[in-house]
Design a protein around this ligand. Structure first.
Ligand code: UDX
Length: 462
């Protein structure tokens, strides 16, 4: 099928190359000519495992192409995906300006029947707006352009896998023609047995909100538990392991830490809460989810402050600035927010991240950066582990210990084995688990004991 994907951000680009991989002919349309040039040269504008490979394959086979010209991309497309950004406004509502622009471009350039699919995460009711916009722009096309909703569930860092081996495909449609076109589009996946949900548009839009809000709620539940565990001397990682053994709960998305970030959860929880309000329901639960998320971040900040007494004149090594591992994305990154709180409190922050440093420095120029974790830790009064990159899980703790000024490690993601960290000579503070004091170095301990009256008495006894 001929497909047009409008917007080549994370969702759009992954959708474009994945559909090309499935055998469709795809044109990616983006208003940014520089981005189009980068894509035509075979370079992905952001880091996503497997994306470069699919992009190269799509370009080589001629099944994927990119343009900034809607007049070249839209005519002839049977399906037009709208994958443009919906950034939050100051009010917390999603800004839908780009969605309207994309709709108008489709309406302006469409030549035949097509399905116009909203794939950006949008508030329920947006499909109706898209339909109205088409009717206003080109009333003669009103019966030819069929609006549908096809929310994506891809996670950054696993976007290709999530798209080509999806848990489910969700399609909201209101008419048989659009339903048939979208079934045909996804046939290569449904033939492999991936579940396909066909619902009304409103149901699809709400289902997408519900999934993200529920996952965010699980994380906030774990973070709230962490606070209680700290007060009770319990270990939240064990508590959530016990909970997760119940298949009704499952162990996923129960990791306490710095809280959730990224471009989806924070804005989607807020947008869903606002939407519920507009629809007449006070979704207080979602406000509590967002508040627990903020609280998780501030609790880690308080832990660092408590460990260091004053933050002025202190150097802090921040390991990981991406909002999660395997991405260079720092949008709404809790790690970056923590860095900003530390900087505002007068600390010097030296960050290391395997992929996200350029983006972090662009957003926060006061941050210093280091080429590896050990250079970041050089002379540091505290090491804070903020993102659970595999590389950081395999840190050489002895080397890290040798680099720091003070052996204090805040494991804000409960990534490391506390026994190993303590054995390397660090005092470690995790999240929702009791702090562990570093064992004093053995030689120093012996000297200390032998210098005392007890030591002298022992010597005599020997
Ligand atoms: C999310 C949804 O998972 C995806 O289905 C949707 O399409 C887009 O939003 P993404 O934003 O890529 O995907 O990240 P995700 O892996 O869900 O993680 C979100 C945040 O939650 C990260 O900051 C992560 O560190 C945090 N998180 C996740 C926790 O703090 N604890 C957990 O147990 C899981």
């Amino acid at each position: 099928m001929r497909v047009c994907v409008i917007g080549t951000g994370h969702v759009g680009l992954v959708t474009a190359v994945a559909l090309a991989h499935l055998g469709h002919e795809v044109v990616g349309l983006d208003s940014d000519p520089e981005r189009v040039a980068t894509l035509r040269a075979g370079r992905a504008p952001f880091f996503e495992p497997g994306l470069d490979h699919l992009l190269a394959a799509g370009l080589a086979s001629g099944r994927v192409a990119f343009t900034d010209d809607a007049a070249a991309a839209v005519p002839g497309a049977e399906v037009c995906f709208i994958c443009v950004g919906t950034p939050p406004k100051a009010s917390g509502q999603a800004s839908l300006v780009a969605v309207e622009r994309a709709t108008r471009a489709v309406a302006h350039h469409a030549t035949g029947p097509a399905v116009v699919v909203e794939k950006s995460t949008v508030p329920a009711g947006t499909a109706w707006r898209i339909t109205r916009t088409i009717a206003n722009e080109r009333p003669e096309l009103a019966g030819l352009l069929h609006v549908a909703s096809n929310p994506e569930f891809l996670r950054e860092g696993r976007a290709i896998e999530d798209t080509l081996s999806p848990d489910r495909i969700l399609v909201g449609v209101e008419d048989a023609w659009a339903a048939a076109r979208l079934r045909e589009l996804y046939r290569p996946l449904t033939e492999q047995g991936y579940p396909y949900f066909e619902t009304t548009i409103a149901t699809a839009e709400i289902a997408k909100h519900a999934c993200n809000a529920f996952l965010a709620m699980k994380i906030s539940f774990a973070n709230a538990l962490a606070r209680i565990c700290e007060a009770a001397g319990a270990d939240v990682t064990d508590v959530t392991a016990v909970m997760g053994a119940d298949p009704r709960i499952n162990p996923h998305f129960l990791a306490a830490g710095l809280g959730y970030g990224g471009f989806c959860f924070p804005k989607d929880v807020q947008a869903f809460e606002r939407l519920a309000g507009e629809l007449g329901y006070d979704f207080a639960l979602l406000r509590a989810v967002a508040a627990a998320n903020d609280d998780a971040l501030h609790a880690v900040f308080a832990k660092i402050e408590h460990a260091l007494w004053n933050l002025e004149d202190k150097r802090i090594a921040l390991l990981g600035v991406a909002f999660k591992p395997d991405t260079d994305d720092v949008r709404f990154s809790p790690a970056l927010r923590l860095a900003e709180l530390l900087l505002a409190a007068g600390a010097e922050v030296v960050a290391y991240d395997p992929a996200a440093l350029p983006n972090a420095l662009a957003e926060q120029p006061a941050l210093r950066s280091a080429p590896d974790p050990y250079a970041a830790a050089a002379g540091a009064h505290c090491v804070v582990l903020c993102t659970e990159w595999g590389e950081l899980a395999r840190l050489d703790l002895a080397r890290l210990r040798a680099a720091v000024a003070y052996p204090i490690l805040i494991d804000a993601r409960n990534l490391l084995d506390p026994d190993e960290v303590v054995a390397a000579g660090f005092t470690v503070h995790g999240v929702g688990r009791p702090p562990r004091e570093a064992a004093p170095p053995v030689e120093a301990f012996r000297r200390e004991v032998d210098g005392t009256a007890v030591g002298a008495a022992r010597m005599r006894l020997r």
